[in-house]
Design a protein. Structure first.
Length: 176
């Protein structure tokens, strides 16, 4: 903590670890949004998830570039975990049958929303640091926060529109 009169300065070890944790999460997010695109292939939501997967991938790349620009390095253990996750992620850990239906489909959509919310928290944290650390671009961080909101809304829309098919039977589900 800074005391009055002392200038704030980056705690590089903490900031580096925090960003590296989020990069690991972003890599997981890219895999899960790509899996969701495959899950919803052939449906009216396929393009939604294709767009989201591309955006999430671009944001992951931007975070990785930020980490490098700040002079930080990836933690080798976390990098290995990410590589292992890439292999196991192909097995569809959240929705192994790759269907949008049932409780696994619901859980997959809720997980995707949680991932985007965590990413939004990253951008909000960096925005809060930006007055004290000139290395962060407040305008770009606000754009990332706004994008995360749109992404959460897109996943929520799919979840809300498809929930009746998962949890209702008979004519109610058909009318919804």
């Amino acid at each position: 903590m800074s005391t009055p009169g002392n200038a704030w300065k980056p705690a590089h070890a903490s900031l580096s670890a925090y960003l590296d944790d989020h990069l690991l999460g972003a890599e997981t997010g890219v895999r899960l949004f790509s899996a969701a695109r495959r899950t919803w292939e052939g449906s009216e939501y396929e393009q939604t998830f294709a767009d989201l997967a591309a955006e999430i991938s671009g944001e992951r790349d931007e975070l990785e570039q930020l980490i490098l620009a700040l002079g930080y390095r990836r933690n080798k253990f976390k990098k290995a975990v990410a590589m292992a996750g890439a292999v196991t992620g192909k097995l569809g850990p959240i929705n192994p049958l790759s269907t949008g239906g049932g409780t696994t489909g619901q859980f997959e959509l809720e997980t995707l929303q949680s991932i985007v919310r965590a990413k939004e928290c990253l951008w909000r944290t960096l925005l809060a640091l930006s007055p004290h650390d000139h290395r962060f671009n407040p305008a770009r961080l606000q754009e990332m926060i706004d994008m995360a909101g749109r992404q959460q809304d897109a996943v929520a829309r799919v979840m809300e529109e498809t929930a009746p098919e998962r949890f209702l039977t008979g004519t109610l589900a058909a009318q919804s």
